[in-house]
Write a protein that binds this ligand. Structure first.
Ligand code: PEP
Ligand code: MN
Length: 322
């Protein structure tokens, strides 16, 4: 914790110093540098728990926390995927039993181990398809039994957490909910591995701070970069940001290469980029008939296109090994 303080404000500084010294663990407080003529910086070691108290008593102080203080648990959180580059694929949403089982059969025949299994869709418009909801738990359960595939389901606040615990393998916190801290806290208690997507516009620090709400109780975290594209902008997947987050913090990071792709034509390059950037995997939306998809048909790729991407991916993987 770094406390910046105005030099001129010596009365308050003395008050703050004696307050900090009185509190256990803070005796080692020392001045570390003088940045500007006006400002003094005090370092009090790892004492982030004191921040709200210090802020309340000394509103004049400007307090900065280190990464270890901001997200101590997240730095210890890492879900190891089975291989060094894992693909999570599937339709944007489970639409009905027949098409979902067909997709599960197709993916398992290609050796894919993780399948999207979204039942609750957070949509911008109230009048768009919102997902088939809880009736879909049975469908995903059947797919798991038949094809031994693990499922990834995004949860929203209104869904039945008992069923989620029973039927879902990995729980996704969508980009919109990266800032829904209460949801993150309650989902993490299910004890399932969690994918936490980066909200559009969020920095790495903010992303990890959100994850910290989960990491306190659940260390099985996967971070998913999904790009900044939204209704009014076309910011693609930020591979640099994703790679930096992985490298600096040692976390598991995958890229959702569909939602910010701006169209199915760019999904292949997205998958290969995720590999090239050294990420842990990619998430891809597929559909047997993208034009008829109930949601996100614009960027969903057909089964055939997906097979081609996997072929190319395997070739590139081989080249990179040599
Ligand atoms: C999704 O993966 O289904 C989804 C809604 O993505 P995002 O939260 O990234 O928009
Ligand atoms: Mn989608």
């Amino acid at each position: 914790m770094l406390i910046k303080f105005r030099k001129k404000d010596s009365k308050n500084k003395i008050k703050l110093l004696s307050f900090l010294r009185k509190n256990q663990g803070l005796a080692k407080l020392k001045f570390i540098c003088e940045t500007a003529a006006e400002i003094e910086e005090l370092s009090s070691g790892k004492a982030s728990y004191m921040k709200p108290l210090i802020e309340a008593i000394f509103p004049q102080a400007e307090i900065h926390l280190s990464n270890e203080e901001l997200f101590p648990q997240t730095l210890k959180s890492r879900f190891n995927l089975p291989s060094s580059f894992e693909i999570i694929a599937g339709p944007c949403a489970v639409e009905d039993r027949k098409t979902y089982l067909e997709a599960a059969s197709f993916l398992s025949s290609l050796g894919i181990k993780f399948m999207r299994a979204s039942l609750f869709k957070p949509r911008r418009s109230n009048y768009c398809f919102q997902g088939i909801g809880e009736e879909g738990f049975e469908i995903i359960s059947e797919a798991k039994d038949l094809y031994k595939i693990r499922t990834v389901t995004e949860l929203l606040s209104h869904c039945d957490l008992n069923s989620a615990k029973k039927y879902c393998d990995i729980i996704q916190i969508g980009a919109r909910n990266m800032r829904n801290y209460e949801l993150i806290k309650s989902i993490s208690l299910l004890g399932k591995p969690m994918i936490i997507k980066r909200a559009q516009g969020a920095s790495i620090k903010e992303w990890l701070m959100s994850a910290e709400y989960a990491a306190v109780t659940n260390k099985n975290l996967i971070f998913c970069e999904r790009g900044d594209s939204g209704l009014f902008n076309e910011g693609g997947v930020n591979f640099n940001l994703a790679a930096k987050a992985k490298k600096e913090f040692g976390i598991t990071v995958i890229a959702d290469v569909s939602h910010s792709s701006l169209g199915s034509d760019y999904v292949e390059a997205g998958v290969l980029s995720a590999l090239a950037f050294g990420l842990d995997g990619a998430m891809v939306e597929i559909h047997q008939n993208p034009q008829k998809a109930r949601v996100d048909g614009r960027h969903a790729i057909s089964f055939k296109q997906f097979e081609k991407i996997l072929e190319k991916l395997n070739k590139v993987k081989k080249c990179l090994k040599n």
